[in-house]
Design a protein around this ligand. Structure first.
Ligand code: NDP
Length: 283
């Protein structure tokens, strides 16, 4: 079997089709949606992610502000900026690019963002709302994964879903969303004893470990839906996912590529969350 390739660029384009019209409709009411992106330090990958987010805003007709700080900035300075942005009526979404330098308490920074502008969905209040089943903002990467499943006609109901990784950003919210979509969910992590035992049972396998080509064909059930969240840079500079794409695509039923899979969907859902925040603001 050769897997169906789930094309993140195509789906992103489809979902973004009405974003400009929504942004313009809000602008006519004096509320062009605005996103502020805070970047601390010069990490090359983070700089690319931030640039992509700012460009995506421009393409969709959203106002955006990129706010850069030196790596050794005092956390109080960043917290004060977040306070200003919380009160700024032109800004509907605030995002702090992670990871932050070691002298930062990331939780304290995320907690400083107004929950109403927390378009990443990382604030404890928004995490709580997600867990209780009435989310205000769904974290962008797992939100994008759920869009893939919906668009491909893959209903998680009753299926075995296995999530590799338990981070607050991807693994945990992913598991929660799959559970709320009525899958039976297993979450694996670095202390899981027999990983392959679990992955071989998965009808839906989500890999979010940050380990290049970690998931091999032997670990995948024939016909499974394989979602590769990983973004890893190989020594030769190329990007690859957490899944060994070539061999796995020979046996999976559907698979997302890297690049061109989950990545474009993450940015798309960030735009969607920012639009929703602005739309809530006018109603
Ligand atoms: P983290 O490093 O925060 O989490 C990795 C998780 O994988 C941890 O829970 C860890 O377990 C688990 N893990 C690590 N090694 C193993 C192993 N050998 N077996 C089983 N589990 C293991 O990463 P993130 O969740 O932030 O990101 C994961 C990947 O997704 C990265 O490649 C990142 O770049 C990418 N990413 C992509 C996005 C996109 O838009 N496509 C967005 C966000 C992230 P433990 O908890 O025990 O340490």
């Amino acid at each position: 079997m050769t897997a169906r390739i789930l094309d993140g660029n195509a789906l992103a384009q489809k979902l973004r089709a009405d974003f400009r019209a929504r942004a313009d409709a809000l602008a006519e009411r004096g509320k062009r949606p605005g996103l502020a992106v805070i970047l601390v330090g010069e990490d090359p990958a983070s700089r690319i992610y931030v640039r992509n987010k700012v460009n995506a805003c421009a393409q969709a007709g959203l106002h955006s502000e990129r706010i850069g700080f030196a790596a050794d900035v005092a956390p109080e300075v960043v917290l004060a900026k977040i306070g200003e942005l919380n009160a700024d009526p032109r800004i509907h979404g605030i995002l702090v690019q992670l990871p932050l330098p070691g002298h930062f308490d990331s939780d304290a920074v995320l907690k400083a963002i107004s929950p109403a502008k927390d378009v990443d969905g990382f604030h404890a209040e928004n995490v709580g709302a997600l867990v209780q089943g009435h989310p205000r903002f769904i974290p962008c990467t797992p939100y994008g994964v759920m869009q893939f499943l919906a668009d491909s006609g893959i209903d998680p109901k009753g299926k075995e879903a296995v999530v590799l990784g338990r981070s607050n950003i991807v693994g945990k919210p992913m598991a929660m969303l799959l559970m709320q979509a009525n899958a039976t969910v297993t979450v694996c992590h670095s202390q899981t004893r027999d990983l392959t035992f679990h992955t071989r049972r998965a009808d839906i396998l989500v890999a979010a470990l940050g380990k290049p080509r970690f998931v091999t064909a032997e670990m995948v059930k024939p016909g499974a839906v394989v979602i590769d969240v990983g973004i890893n840079r190989l020594p030769d500079g190329r990007l690859c996912g957490d899944v060994d794409f070539g061999p796995v695509s020979e046996i999976a039923g559907a698979i997302t590529p890297v690049p061109g899979g989950v990545g474009p969907m993450t940015i798309t859902m960030l735009l969607a969350n920012t639009l929703e925040a602005a739309e809530r603001d006018v109603h």
